[in-house]
Design a protein around this ligand. Structure first.
Ligand SMILES: Nc1ncnc2c1ncn2[C@@H]1O[C@H](COP(=O)(O)OP(=O)(O)OP(=O)(O)O)[C@@H](O)[C@H]1O
Length: 552
């Protein structure tokens, strides 16, 4: 994944323009295929016209025209398939780029975004909204351009053959399009109602299963049956409607095209001005009949494409709103980790005042220092702001007043890359990542070597446990491979793998029994050597009296 640092360039328009610039040649090819496909689809009726004209003149028709007819049909089919493949590929390229840019944007968002916004909403943006965007290209604008070209091509060919029929179609085509849209809208509405009803039933099933005993004991079976009936009835009725619209639409279109041809034939047989407008050879009549039948499929497709474009609009607006989210300060590397300033404290809070919301202050004029190599424990009532101090240390938030410095550098000025070398952070439970057991420790950081991982594992005493796993370090992650205490040991291994200067421990033994806690404490003692350790835990302080207690 390519991360962009100049994040002002992260917009939906730029994502699409990037693909267009990268795929210029391919898109030109697509344009040519669409044009060639449109032309090729117009050729078979022309050949047919020649054949029929020759036959009516009682002239012999050689194998050439028949072969040409077949070849043009085959060519039109091949070009149509090629067009579908190329349009799908373009749509996929665009959605891949948009997803990459969304990931890059996600990386720049401030911590406040993740607490403010529901995670499901962000997931839906990445999955559903980008899929809708994909449909916009796969089954929207590009296909619509191709279908519009087809309609125009057919109309032009008919105009050349018969001016009268051309005018007739110019009047009838918009009417037929309106009928098509009407049926499509009704059908989609019915399908939506059906989906909503089915979703309600799906929702009801786990509710029923969870409350089965209560339903039986309170004798509420009938009420539950009524609720199911209601939704199933709605689903049934909406499906009936959808089927009805689906079944009457095709006959209406077939009837319309036959009526157009019939009107043309009748008018062609009339004398005077009608004949000059509608009269044509038998071959041309066969050709225009073939053309008339070709106009309805693209018309129907355009209706569906409009629908896809409309449903993509809401998704596009959400994607654009996400790209407009204010981003956090993205600092460049400011600390020289190999030569940290000797006299500076590892951590210093100087008159820090901070609140997540403007009107609610969590920390007020808070000051303390932690020297290099020192072990301290933060203590205070619940809600005093201990975890908040960790967030300030990690530079996830900036204080409204005062400063938080790490080895003399403001915490929010430390780059993300440097943080992994500076901080090891252990929480109450391990937050696993998809991957192998080894990946839980390296967190996919390629700069962490296999030796460093092995050393971290030895340090916390998990080496024999991991060696006994089917594929050792390469065993796919599964939480059932480890006990609760071993999971915490793994979390400590993850924290120390990059050999960080500061260990931050947030109630790491809160979920452990006393036996396991002793094991974790011993691993922690080894992991803490030569590091600054800042922890939140009364239990840790009681067992680690050599440290200093800081009251918040
Ligand atoms: N992301 C957030 N957005 C808004 N308010 C928050 C956020 N995180 C914490 N708070 C609030 O900040 C205050 C301090 O919370 P914090 O978690 O730092 O306390 P704590 O001392 O660690 O508490 P505990 O010992 O119970 O974990 C609380 O009132 C909490 O509701």
């Amino acid at each position: 994944m390519t991360m962009k640092n100049n994040n002002t360039s992260l917009t939906l328009k730029n994502s699409v323009l990037t693909v267009i610039a990268q795929q210029r040649l391919f898109l030109t090819g697509l344009g040519i295929v669409i044009l060639a496909g449109t032309l090729a689809a117009l050729l078979p009726p022309l050949v047919l016209e020649q054949i029929v004209n020759q036959l009516t003149l009682r002239q012999a028709v050689g194998v050439g025209p028949a072969l040409a007819y077949f070849l043009f049909l085959a060519l039109a089919g091949i070009l149509e398939s090629l067009q579908t493949v190329m349009i799908t590929r373009t749509g996929q390229k665009i959605t891949r780029q948009v997803r990459q840019d969304l990931c890059a944007k996600l990386d720049t968002l401030p911590a406040a975004y993740f607490t403010r916004e529901d995670a499901g909403k962000t997931v839906s943006l990445f999955v559903n909204d980008v899929d809708a965007l994909s449909a916009l290209f796969d089954n929207g604008v590009l296909n619509m351009a191709a279908d519009s070209l087809k309609v125009i091509g057919v109309l032009v060919m008919i105009f050349i053959r018969s001016l009268g029929l051309g005018f007739l179609l110019i009047v009838i085509t918009p009417l037929l399009f309106a009928v098509t849209r009407h049926f499509q809208k009704r059908m989609l509405q019915a399908q939506k109602t059906n989906r909503a009803a089915i979703a309600q039933v799906n929702h009801l099933v786990p509710e029923t299963l969870n409350c089965l005993r209560m339903i039986r004991s309170l004798n509420k079976q009938e009420r539950m049956e009524d609720r199911y009936d209601q939704h199933l009835q709605t689903s049934y009725q909406s499906l009936e409607k959808a089927n009805f619209y689906d079944s009457v639409y095709s006959p209406i279109i077939v009837f319309s095209s036959s009526a157009v041809v019939a009107v043309m034939m009748i008018l062609a047989t009339l004398s005077g001005g009608w004949r000059s407008l509608f009269g044509m050879s038998v071959g041309s009549a066969v050709a225009v009949t073939a053309y008339v039948s070709k106009i309805f499929t693209p018309l129907e497709n355009i209706g569906m494409e409009i629908e896809n474009i409309q449903s993509a609009v809401a998704g596009i607006q959400r994607i654009e709103a996400f790209f407009r989210q204010p981003q956090r300060n993205l600092p460049e590397a400011t600390l020289t980790l190999s030569a940290l300033p000797v006299g500076e404290p590892a951590l210093a809070l100087n008159h820090v005042t901070f609140g997540y919301e403007k009107e609610e202050t969590v920390l007020r004029d808070c000051s303390f220092r932690v020297e290099q190599g020192e072990t301290v424990t933060l203590a205070g009532r619940t809600g005093a702001g201990k975890s908040t101090i960790f967030k300030l240390i990690l530079g996830l938030y900036s204080p409204q007043q005062g400063s938080v410095t790490i080895f003399g550098t403001p915490a929010d000025q430390i780059s993300d890359r440097q943080k992994r070398r500076l901080f090891g952070y252990v929480e109450q439970t391990l937050r696993p990542a998809n991957g192998t057991v080894g990946d839980q420790i390296s967190l996919f950081d390629e700069t962490i070597t296999a030796d460093q991982i092995a050393h971290a594992v030895r340090l916390v005493g998990l080496d024999t446990v991991i060696a006994q796993l089917p594929q050792g370090m390469a065993t796919p992650w599964d939480p059932s491979l480890f006990s609760q205490g071993q999971l915490q040991l793994l979390a400590i291994a993850r924290a120390v793998a990059a050999d960080p200067r500061i260990l931050l421990l947030d109630e790491i033994t809160a979920n452990l029994d006393s036996g396991t806690e002793a094991l974790v404490m011993e691993a922690l003692r080894r992991a803490s050597a030569n590091r600054t350790v800042i922890s939140i835990s009364h239990r840790l302080y009681q067992q680690n009296r050599n440290g200093r207690l800081i009251s918040i």
